[in-house]
Design a protein around this ligand. Sequence first.
Ligand code: SF4
Ligand code: SF4
Length: 297
Amino acid sequence: MTGHITNIQRFSVHDGPGIRTVIFLKGCTLRCRWCCNPEAMLQKPVLMFQPELCIGCGACVSVCPTGASGSLEHITVDRIRCTGCGACAQVCYAEAKCKKDTVISSEELLREIEKDRIFYGRTGGGVTFSGGEALLQAEFLEDVLRHCKERGIHTAVETCGNVPWENFERILLWMDLFLFDIKHTDTAKHKQYTGAGCEQIMENCKRLCLENKKVIVRVPVIPEFNFDRRELEDIIRFAERIGVREVDFLPYHRYASNKYRYFDMDYWNPGINKLDKEQVEKCLGPIHTEMKIRIDG
Ligand code: SF4
Ligand code: SF4
């Protein structure tokens, strides 16, 4: 069985316990305005072009079957003509052009995961599937997760939750931890900023708790969207009601703002400032809850 990924990140310490290997799967059902992985949003292959790395050799122009690579005088990517075939990326030694879609078999991916195994044992780490939305490729995910569990590897999935419950059901047996994004509890506002309401998301989170799965709720704290005490507290109270024990707040950052340029996409609200830990702490104020509340960053 094969799946589509954009990246494998090794030695991550932010995506579950211990040192982890994070696999980014392609495709997502949301369009969060602040998304830091625009290359993973779309299911189709997409080409990244970093003009500052280009040495003007022209190799990409001669191999492009659709004329999308421009000319020797003007190296570019014509997004209408480009099919994402990746022929240009294969000949681009400067790595100015990269195809952000790797088709990988379960066996190959397991071999990649196994390379980091020594670090898992020593730190209580494991593998985390992220994206995009990893659960969009539920069949592939199930296959890889099952093999990970058979090998005794700790498994986590980072999810936006916006997929049918059946996708969760497929992987439940093989899961140790869900890092579950709850961005807002108001469905109209959720839809305005992410393209979809939050009813299905909240219902899936509730059902995971009913199945006694370990869930950590993660909340990206975004100016204009949910950077407000009442709105953040609504998320805390929802998590508390359904039986979640831990909530992580992740202050908004702008690390991805440059990346959008490489895909000829516009970044949301370029004038907006990042948030730091202290700002989020101050916004939340004292919260009475038995849950563990953490603010990252
Ligand atoms: S990905 Fe394929 S179609 Fe797109 S610019 Fe490169 S060679 Fe041309
Ligand atoms: S192959 Fe790479 S370095 Fe050469 S012209 Fe194309 S983008 Fe630039």
